[in-house]
Design a protein around this ligand. Structure first.
Ligand code: ADP
Ligand code: ZN
Length: 599
């Protein structure tokens, strides 16, 4: 048997453990229970895979991600780890084969869908074999209040009663203290050791820009910063998913849609293409993504505001799992605030309160003039004392300005319309009144005779929209009704009376594109000479992956190929020193890689 460090080198080909991994692994190897909170891409899998290799018996992994089990097993098999899975997609023969392997002690890891554990036959099967540990992946699925609740997860509390001596390790990337506590109590892990890793993802560059022409902005972003890269674009609705995917394809960018309205087969096919092909974009609703552990997702783009910071962090966390630079980009505008403020008003009181808290936190992140990362980590209760230098606000600090007077102009227009005319209007009409525009709608309502007509000519239309957006974000204005009519809030009065100063953020001008920011980022550049070598290796990898019917990253990650291209090893021994080249892959692909390098 290997020690954990030996398994890390020999099987996975990695030089060292990442933060937190070693302590967790040692604890589980010694038979302790663990609850692990680690951000997406932090390296949770090794925390149960290595103990399963080191301890006698089979590691049983409970995972809700049935569609991904085959890929997970393929990736382990490529490393020389003996793995199998049991779920409802298999036929009888396949299941029999896996069960026989389990009983014969010929597996290191067995992946199980949670509903399998409700089947008495599965429990009987497990009782007949030797189990090294139970790993409960995506453990937040046990939380009834979370967004991924799976009833089958509730039954997992019984594992402890049936197998009291088998260590259990529960893992999740959902970090809020409330979810954390709920997982511990529902899975009976109160006595387990809790490991909370840093939630920082330093290789992700965060950027939130003001939305004006979303499609165009997305296209510019992709062309300038991520040509040919794989990534995910999140949209709120199915119809915008379809539209954006079609728009990208029309513009020569490989993209496929993914949402709950597509039939199962199309969804599965698009997911499989995303995992297998290099450089494909998936345009999706949030139905897409859980458990997608494709390491080389180079960007996650949001064209609509996520409902909560938790959601935002989970979605953006899918970028850059391989540790190479990646971008979390979002376009956000007035319409998002209006729409979300309205959505947040649905449901019962408790639900509403929760929604509003989530939304306020999300809006504060969008409107901040401070470092985004500091704010994100603070939200998760973690300190990051100095500005990160790898987010938009750090790189181009936005100005904040005293917007009290413009705010008073907006609020007093809303007030006058209500008091003097008994009317409510949306932002378009408010801006037209302030700008003194005699549009048909202004004349029709006689709004040119209001005392505030034309008092806002010092700002442009876009700026007025920006002011209204920020007032909404700060709760100094509210929206009512489906068409976005603006109304005052309790806090508005303080501003109108001059008792409260309003700080606003100066939005970047329309033309300012992100290219400059991209240049400042710490990119792991390939030396010029290595560039064609890297491309040759990629081509070899693509051909090999296709031949074997597995995703390219199962052969080698981009990071590994880059290192090989840079080092240009001439012997197998030298190649074996590269991170990501373990014993099995060296034996299987070593000669081919050296040939590709020599060609
Ligand atoms: P999570 O499940 O926490 O989202 P994964 O377990 O998928 O993350 O790991 C993310 C990526 O980091 C994977 O590609 C994995 O191979 C890699 N990785 C994990 N641990 C290490 C390590 N110690 N050294 C190098 N790479 C690692
Ligand atoms: Zn920053």
């Amino acid at each position: 048997m290997d020690t954990p460090t030996e398994a890390l080198h020999r099987v996975f080909g990695y030089d060292s453990f990442r933060a937190g991994q070693q302590e967790i692994i040692d604890h589980v190897v010694e038979g302790g229970d663990a609850l692990v909170l680690m951000p997406t891409g932090g390296g949770k899998s090794l925390c149960y895979q290595i103990p399963a290799l080191v301890r006698p018996g089979v590691g049983v992994v409970v995972s809700p991600l049935i569609a991904l089990m085959q890929d997970q097993v393929d990736a382990l098999t490529a490393l020389g780890v003996r793995a199998g899975f049991l779920n409802s997609t298999q036929d009888f023969d396949e299941r029999q084969r896996v069960e026989a392997a389990f009983l014969a002690g010929e597996l290191d890891l067995l992946y199980l869908a949670p509903e399998r554990l409700r089947v008495e036959a599965t429990l009987r099967l497990l009782a007949k074999g030797e189990i090294s540990l139970f790993a409960i992946d995506e453990a937040h699925c046990v939380s009834q209040w979370g967004h991924d609740f799976r009833p089958d997860y509730l039954a997992l509390s019984e594992l402890h009663e049936r197998w009291p001596e088998v260590p259990r390790i529960a893992l999740t990337a959902t970090a809020t203290p409330a979810t954390h506590a709920e997982i511990a109590s529902r899975l009976r892990l109160e006595k387990a050791r809790h490991f909370v890793a840093s939630f920082d993802r330093p290789n992700i560059h965060y950027r939130i820009t003001t939305k004006n022409e979303p499609k165009r902005q997305l296209l510019d972003f992709l062309r300038a910063e991520h040509p040919g890269d794989a990534g995910i674009v999140y949209c709120l609705s199915r119809s915008s998913v379809e539209k954006i995917a079609a728009y990208l394809v029309d513009n020569g960018i490989a993209a496929v849609p993914y949402h709950a309205g597509l039939d199962n087969r199309t969804r599965a096919a698009h997911q499989a293409r995303f995992l297998r092909e290099d450089g494909l974009i998936v345009v999706a609703t949030i139905a897409f993504g859980m458990g997608i552990d494709k390491p080389d997702v180079r960007f996650v783009a949001h064209l609509d505001l996520p409902k909560s910071v938790e959601g935002y962090y989970q979605e953006t966390g899918r970028a850059g799992r391989d540790g190479l630079p990646a971008t979390a980009w979002m376009a956000y505008g007035l319409h998002d605030v209006v729409q979300h403020r309205r959505l947040a008003m649905e449901g019962d009181d408790a639900h509403r309160r929760r929604q509003v808290l989530h939304l306020d936190a999300m809006l504060a992140l969008c409107e901040t003039v401070e470092c985004r990362r500091v704010m994100l980590l603070d939200y998760f209760g973690q300190e990051h004392s100095k500005p990160c230098g790898n987010c938009d606000t750090c790189q181009a600090p936005p100005e904040s300005w005293d917007g009290t007077v413009p705010a008073q102009k907006v609020l007093s227009t809303v007030l006058r319309l209500r008091r003097e005319r008994g009317q409510k209007f949306g932002v378009g009409q408010i801006a037209d009144i302030l700008l003194g525009k005699k549009t048909a709608k202004v004349l029709q309502h006689g709004h040119d005779s209001l005392s505030v007509f034309g008092v806002g000519a010092d700002l442009g239309n876009t700026e007025w929209h920006g002011v209204v957006r920020q007032l909404l974000a700060q709760g100094l204005l509210a929206v009512e009704s489906d068409y976005g009519a603006l109304v005052l809030t309790d806090a508005s009065a303080e501003v109108l009376r001059g008792q409260r100063e309003v700080r606003l953020r100066r939005d970047a001008p329309r033309t300012a594109r992100a290219k400059t920011a991209a240049k400042d980022r710490p990119v792991v550049e390939l030396p010029a000479a290595a560039e064609p070598v890297f491309e040759r290796l990629r081509a070899w990898r693509a051909a090999t992956a296709k031949e074997q019917g597995v995703p390219a990253y199962v052969i080698f990650h981009d990071a590994t190929l880059r290192e090989i291209a840079t080092l240009s090893p001439s012997t197998l021994a030298e190649l074996g020193t590269v991170s990501g080249v373990g014993e099995n892959k060296l034996a299987k692909y070593g000669d081919q890689v050296l040939e590709t390098l020599a060609s």
